[in-house]
Structures are given as C-alpha cells and as structure tokens.
Design a protein around this ligand. Structure first.
Ligand code: HEM
Length: 431
C-alpha cells in the first residue's frame, strides 16, 4: 500500500525528484517530493520524457495564482503534462479555451450543471445511488472501485446526453484515455489503447450528435449544437470534442474522490462512527474527501508573457505546471495537512480548480458524493480494508484501481438521510 503520510521533517534530495514519471504515482506517493519542493524549491524546473522543460509550482498561493490569472497563464496549449508539446484540441474545447471564446461554451452549458439543475434530480439520483450500493447490504468482502466508477454517469449521464446503455463503457473508456498504460486499462501498447478508446468514444458521440440534430433535448450535446461563438456555430468536430471533454471531466475525477474518501473512512473507524451517530457532518466529510483525494494532481498553463513567480523568472511561451495536489497539503494553509479529518472546519481546498475554468460539474459531484455517503451510512455499520489498494499509473489523475473492503452491514438498516438538500454550493467560485 502507498504511504501518503509525510512528517514535517521529511525531505527527499532534490536531484531524485521526478514529477513526470507516471510509474511513481502507481507504486509510491509524490507527497514527500511536493513537501520538499514547497520548502526548498517552490518554482522548480524539470524535463518531460521527450526533453520539454516545464516549471512546477507547489505552494498553495502560487498554484492559485497560476490557475486564477488566466490572462497571464493560457490554457490553449493544453493543460496536462502528457501533451506538453501542444494539445490537438487546444482552443476548441471548453477546458482548452481562453477568454473571450471560452465564455461562448461556458455560459450556455453551465446552467445545465448548476446547483439548481442538479437539485431537481435529487430524488432520482438518490434512488440510483441506493441501487448502486445495494450489494453492500449483504456485507462481506468486495472491491469498491467498480461501483464508484459508475457514480458520475448517475448524475451527469443524462445531462451530457449519454445513453444509459453506454454509462458503464464510458466510465472505462475515459479512464483508459487518461491512464492508457495502467495495467488495468492497457490493451497492447499505449498508442493502441488510446486509439481504441478514442474510436469508441467518438463513435458513441457521433451517434448522440446525429440523434440530437433531428431531436433536440435539454442536454449538453443539444446546447453545443445550437450555440454560436462570434456569430458562428461550432463545427461538428468541435461539438463531439466538447462532449468528450465533459465526459472526461466527470468520469476521471468523481469516482476517485469517492474511493479515497471511503478508504480514509475504513482506515479511521472512529470517523465513520462519528458520521453514523451524527456527531460529524456529511458535507464536511465530502469536502475533506475532495481535499484528501485531489483527483487532478496538476493543471498546466502556458505563460503568455514573461512573468515572475516567487522570485523565479518564467519566459513567455514556457509551461507552468500547478500542482493542485501539493497545494491541498500546504502546511501554510491547512492545519495538520496530512491528517485525514472529516470534521475539518477550515478547508479552502482547490480540488475543483479556480477562476474561469473552475469545475462546472462541482455541484453535481458534491451532490452525488453526499448522497453516496448518506446511503452508505444507512446500511453499513462498519468496514475495514481487506487487501492491498492499487493506484492508477498517471501523473495527472490521482486514482484508485482496486479497493477491497470487508463490510459489516447494519443489522437494522434505516434511513439516516436528510431530506433537505443543503450546502451543495459551499465552495466559492472566484471569477
Ligand atoms: C469530484 C469531481 C471533480 C473534480 C475534482 C473536478 C475537477 C476539475 C478541475 C480541477 C477543473 C479545472 C480545470 C482547469 O482549470 O484547467 C475542472 C474543470 C471542468 N470540469 Fe470538473 N471535476 C469534477 C467533476 C466534474 C463533473 C461531474 C463534470 C461534469 C460534466 C465536470 C466537468 C468539468 C468541465 C466541463 C470542466 C471545464 C470547465 C471550464 O474550462 O470552464 N467535472 N474540473
């Protein structure tokens, strides 16, 4: 099992740090490296496998500045280390656009995923989540990962416009798309894996878009077909690419927050008990799950101009990697950052990013995570780890691929759920 705990005196020699190497994220944690960089080299240069140099920022304040200052730091070249040389979808999908074009997709699609929109489907969503966790009522040993992978589609499958018959496949294809070399997802080579899953995803979205062309619905796919930027409609390819982006955003993140939150709770039975007895608050637990998991380890930006960060000069055109996972463990901001504490009161985590690209799926993600916890609290008396936890081979997504647990069901399962939906909007959006 990976050890994610770092003592405040723990340091690793700077010359041994490699934040690019994907295998390190599967077999060990990078927390000691980030801890060292925050203390000794808050702006740090290294090269990717193909020799492209990138700067890493690891302190909360610097990470926040980079992702918030969209004028200085552009998203159009790409936002992940895997495509440092330039993303082929740059400038064409919501997450890879700068202002003013970004607004053209952001504004019309945002209302479909807003807090009020997801609240409207709470009853349906609760029923779906209850069905999902049904296998845990029996107790015994099971792997939580396959169940958690199905969570995002329960809340945003219809909203994006993905037919329910594809929800299971989409979860797998999108994960393979971000971690093609993970042993769970690899089919042949990295390139073959990517080719296969992109083919499947784009074929599915081609069908969805063809359907919406004749029959509009209230979903992201239909909205993309209708919207105009500077008086021009999106091309067919841009509609499909954006459907793909929304699916990636949802499926590669939410399941891993759920898994890591539940892992933390199996390792801290006293915190599960506090939640069961109402001594701890479910919304706070969700926020700690988001901080603890931080499923998007990093966000890359390209400097639009020469700029200085913490005394280091970065030249126009250079790539800056903002390590969100490090920011969310920064001892300058969080008390006892390496403690998993579901009762944590002050928790300004930036797991959903910040600024103009702040995650527009955040209300849906928060809601489904809360309903998951509530439904589990009603049927699970206690649980414990039941074998090794396996982590994803990716420097971008902090994911879990296997999470075996032993469940003790509640002998008298009952509703511990609250009927009112509250506090789903807890996190401020700083535009
Ligand atoms: C716990 C779950 C989630 C986490 C931690 C998360 C994290 C993030 C982060 C960090 C960003 C900012 C990217 C950047 O600045 O470059 C982002 C953007 C985005 N997310 Fe999420 N996400 C989650 C769930 C979802 C869901 C459920 C959807 C649903 C469709 C979604 C769709 C998007 C989209 C479309 C963007 C791009 C927004 C823009 O560029 O304006 N995410 N997400």
């Amino acid at each position: 099992m990976r050890n994610d705990t770092v003592d405040r005196h723990d340091r690793v020699p700077l010359e041994t740090i490699d934040l690019f190497d994907e295998e390190r994220y599967r077999t060990s944690s990078q927390h000691a490296a980030w801890h060292t960089l925050r203390a000794e080299a808050p702006v740090w240069a290294q090269e990717s496998q193909d020799g492209t140099r990138f700067w890493s920022v690891t302190r909360y304040a610097d990470v926040l500045r980079v992702i918030k200052d969209h004028r200085t730091f552009s998203s159009e070249n790409g936002t992940i280390l895997a495509v440092l040389g330039g993303d082929s979808a740059g400038g064409r999908t919501i997450n890879l656009m700068d202002l003013p074009r970004h607004k053209g997709i952001r504004v019309p699609t945002m209302k479909l995923l807003s807090t009020s929109a997801v609240h409207r489907i709470t009853a349906t969503l609760r029923r779906r989540v209850r069905e999902l966790v049904e296998p845990l009522r029996e107790g015994g040993e099971l792997d939580l990962v396959p169940l958690m992978l199905r969570l995002p589609m329960l809340v945003v499958g219809d909203i994006i416009g993905i037919p329910e018959s594809y929800w299971g496949d989409v979860a797998r294809w999108t994960m393979a798309g971000v971690a093609p070399e993970d042993p769970v997802y690899l089919q042949g080579s990295r390139e073959e894996t990517l080719r296969n899953v992109h083919f499947e995803l784009f074929a599915m979205f081609a069908d969805v878009v063809a359907d919406r062309k004749v029959r509009r619905r209230e979903d992201v796919a239909s909205t993309l077909l209708d919207l105009e930027i500077d008086g021009e409609k999106l091309s067919y390819e841009e509609v499909v690419l954006n459907c793909y982006s929304f699916s990636m955003g949802a499926n590669t993140t939410t399941p891993h927050v759920a898994s890591q939150l539940l892992l933390g709770l199996t390792e801290h039975p006293e915190q599960w008990h506090a939640l069961r007895t109402g001594k701890s608050d479910v919304d706070r637990a969700v926020e700690e799950g988001l901080r603890w998991a931080t499923p998007t380890n990093h966000l890359v930006r390209c400097a639009n101009t020469d700029v200085e960060i913490a005394g280091t000069r970065i030249a126009r055109g250079e790539q800056v990697c903002a390590w969100v996972a490090s920011a969310n463990r920064d001892e300058r901001v969080f008390t006892r950052p390496y403690d998993f504490d579901t009762a944590r009161a002050y928790n300004p985590h930036i797991a959903f990013g910040n600024g103009i690209h702040y995650c527009n799926g955040a209300p849906g993600a928060r809601l489904v995570l809360r309903l998951l916890l509530e439904e589990l609290l009603a049927i699970v008396d206690g649980w414990q780890p039941a074998g090794p936890v396996r982590h994803l081979r990716s420097n971008f997504i902090n994911g879990i691929t296997e999470l075996p647990v032993l469940v003790q069901p509640d002998p008298v399962p009952g509703p511990r759920s609250r009927t009112a939906v509250t506090a789903v909007t807890a996190c401020p959006v700083h535009h």
